[in-house]
Design a protein around this ligand. Structure first.
Ligand code: PMP
Ligand code: GLU
Length: 399
């Protein structure tokens, strides 16, 4: 008999669609994948070389649970340089991916009776991590017309005495939205006034476009910093998804609790990947601008194309590498006897009939949308869009 908590959660939809697409590819089907959010670039050579050196030097044993000092220091320098945030070593933890840091936070902070506010649409793992720790996710809907920014009055209305934290993700997966300074200041004011934590997932900070600025909410003043836990990682910025290195910075009591939890669960993150991450953070950063330029070109092309497909409209995302078109105009149409009634039907139809993988918006809390990751080549994007256009063209009005 499984524990009750398992019944409350589902598998990560993004990872589930990725395995389905991979299985189809393995069976010889030419699948074009807009599914998982994973840079298609290779990890830069200087980072790989640091890993090889670590292995050859015998750096292959357990390390300190919360990460080696040289990596903590590289993270501290990064936070100072990029985010104007000063942290001591005991305010940093290195985990097995940002997802693991977020999970450690959930275990350290959320419990029965606690409410955690999650702006919706949200990244798939936030609600389930709250549920796994017997707390209650409280969703606050955001709207396309507001660029998916949370309305301060809606946030204020969701706050109760039980509010433990707010999970912010800017730039956002799945909407690509980016918070501006004024909006973040209002959120910070509410967090300080009502004394709840802000968990700020900044994993896409390096992927902002059109000269926009990523701002860390923790950087405003010491009061909000004392209530913020900044989460980041190497997966997206350095094309290092498989290395599993992420980190969190925050008040030392929270970081200590997270480290204790980690000591009883995974122990340290991989020693070799930690050395590689020191090289990544302290080495040449120029490859990032090439990756950024490529993502930007794909963003403009994909969004431009999606807007020419009948029934779809798509806002230009300000950050990350996702397009989030509104597909509600398609719902109700038919393919033979098959009705496309929602985002799940649409994603399945496109996977089966067009061999195009993407994620249904319902997985992110909004059925009116689908998510396409543009972490795939321009050529793949072009072919994928044509398949989508053609396959949707086969639908008939169902009403
Ligand atoms: N946060 C967000 C918003 C993400 O999209 C991801 C993607 N995997 C993560 C956290 C976790 O990244 P990782 O565990 O690979 O560091
Ligand atoms: N964050 C990525 C995505 O949303 C990777 C998969 C995951 O970790 O959920 O597709």
């Amino acid at each position: 008999m499984l524990a009750d908590r398992v019944k409350k959660i589902k598998p990560s939809a993004t990872l589930a669609i990725d395995s389905k697409a991979k299985a189809m590819k393995a069976s010889g089907i030419d699948v074009i994948s807009f599914g998982v959010g994973e840079p298609d670039f290779d990890t830069p050579e200087y980072i790989k070389e640091a890993a090889v050196k670590a292995m050859k030097d015998g750096f292959t044993k357990y390390t300190a649970v919360g990460g080696i000092d040289s990596l903590k220091d590289a993270i501290r320098e990064k936070l100072q340089r990029d985010n104007n945030l000063t942290y001591a070593r005991e305010e940093i933890i290195v985990s097995c991916g940002a997802k693991h840091s977020l999970y450690n936070i959930a275990q350290a902070l959320y419990g029965p009776g606690d409410e955690v506010i999650i702006p919706s649409p949200y990244w798939v793992s936030y609600p389930d991590q709250v549920l796994l720790n017997d707390a209650t996710p409280v969703f606050v809907k955001t709207f396309e017309d507001d660029s998916f920014l949370i309305r301060p009055e809606a946030l204020a209305a969701a706050i109760t005495k039980k509010t433990k934290a707010l999970i912010l993700n800017s730039p956002s997966n799945p909407t690509g939205m980016l918070y501006d300074r004024a909006s973040l200041e209002k959120i910070a004011e509410l967090a300080v006034k009502h004394n709840f934590y802000v968990v700020s997932d900044e994993i896409y900070e390096k992927l902002v476009y059109d000269g926009a600025e990523h701002i860390s909410v923790a950087s405003f003043n010491s009061e909000i910093k004392a209530r913020s836990i900044v989460v980041n990682g190497l997966s997206k910025s350095y094309a290092m998804t498989g290395w599993r290195i992420g980190y969190a910075a925050g008040p030392s009591d929270v970081i200590k609790a997270m480290t204790n939890i980690q000591s009883q669960s995974t122990s340290n993150p991989n020693s070799i990947a930690q050395k590689a991450s020191v090289a990544a953070l302290t080495g040449p950063q120029d490859f990032m601008s090439a990756m950024h330029a490529e993502f930007d070109a794909r963003r403009k092309f994909l969004v431009g194309q999606l807007n020419t497909i009948e029934g779809m409209t798509c806002r230009m995302p300000a950050g990350a590498f996702y397009a989030f078109p509104n597909t509600s105009g398609i719902y109700g149409r038919k393919f033979g006897d098959r009705i496309i009634a929602n985002s799940n039907d649409l994603a399945l139809y496109l996977l089966e009939e067009a061999n195009v993988a993407l994620v249904h918006g319902a997985a992110f809390g909004d059925d009116n949308y689908i998510r396409l990751s543009y972490a795939t080549s321009l050529d793949g994007i072009q072919r994928g869009v044509e398949r989508i256009r053609e396959t949707l063209g086969n639908l008939k009005d169902g009403r």
